[in-house]
Design a protein around this ligand. Sequence first.
Ligand code: S3P
Length: 445
Amino acid sequence: MSEPIPRTFMAQGPLRGHARVPGDKSISHRALILSAMATGESRIEGLLDSEDVIATVAALWSMGAQIGQDSNGNWVVNGVGVGGLLQPETALDMGNSGTSTRLLMGLVASHAISTTFIGDPSLSRRPMGRVIEPLSKMGASFSVTPEDRLPLMVHGRVPAVPIEYRLPVASAQVKSAIMLAALNTPGVSRVIEPERTRDHSERMLKGFGAEVTVEEVDGERIISVTGEAALQPQLMSVPGDPSSAAFPMVAALIVPGSDIWIRHVGVNETRIGLIEVLRDMGADISYANEREIGGEPVADIHVQHSALKGIEVPPEIAPRMIDEFPVLFVAAAMAEGKTVCTGLSELRHKESDRLAVMAKGLAQLGVPVEESDDGLTITGSGGEQLRGDYATPVIAAELDHRIAMSFAVAGLASQHGVRIDDIRPIATSFPSFPPMLEDLGATLQ
Ligand code: S3P
């Protein structure tokens, strides 16, 4: 493990210009996995080249898919076909990536494979019972500690058994794990989703030619996947990640005089809860050049500095902005009045306990924060620069990329800058984040 890399983030003036964010992380994992399950050669343009996605590449490679890059930087995947994965020779190292872990556990569960999943200390604290339960019902078995954490071993089952499963937590990872296991399972498997979560798996599986139907009954979504599917290789283009765009977006809103464009961002309805909440807070955010790419809606996003006001964030919007709360809390810290967020106990199970870590860091910046079991109430400064107990507060990122980037954004609206103890985790999802901020006019030291 390399040494921690600390950095101080500040801004001496407005942010201006065009930002380009890297490919969507969720879509990138799925593009690789489904390409590996197709028979023949797929090509992926705009794939996110980050540590989390490379963990998925390495795992698929060790199970027989051939993956490389062409001279234009596009990724080329030669898939093994549904049911064709091979027994890997060593444990699958998932690094920091919960999405790689849970999706690949699903994939392996219906193959004749027994393999161990390992991860870094942050990932090894995260709950895996939520995927173990449905995959066990499908016939897979698991060697795992009583806490259902990594390291764990999955013993796949062939043929697996189709299930009908109502998601007890609103999780696109759990939904997708079942859908991927269903691909090599005879019959029709069903996932019932009481709260709508990101739907990239549904869209992309249809694009690969799988039989997937989505019905809405009494406000729930019923997703049916017909197994023993034959997936056709595809040419794919991955849009920019709205979860990455969230950082320059909030930065521009809170740094006076800012005016930026963020190009080519995915604006799938299941991902843009943050934009809706920020608009309710008074944010000036607009779309231009709306289009559809590879079955996903895409737009260029224009953001101008805005006076924000605190609101009560409706808890039912949480699944559509689950990764954006850390940076929303930073926006709330600069708003006029109180922002109340509830229904967020899931945030305690992300790369860090995001409620506790954000509450602690914001308090270091002098922001009044109340933490409850499932949320935060933040009293904003009304646009005044954030101060902090020390000249330059040092924030512990706790191996969490989104915590590091959220406090980097807070630094741009602070008097003395904010120092992050270690920016290495940013490479899991957004390696170009520091230079992107500098291009917009931020100062890094
Ligand atoms: C993801 C789903 C979400 C999200 C994660 C990516 C996905 O996790 O937090 O960053 O790609 O399916 P949960 O399914 O745990 O909510």
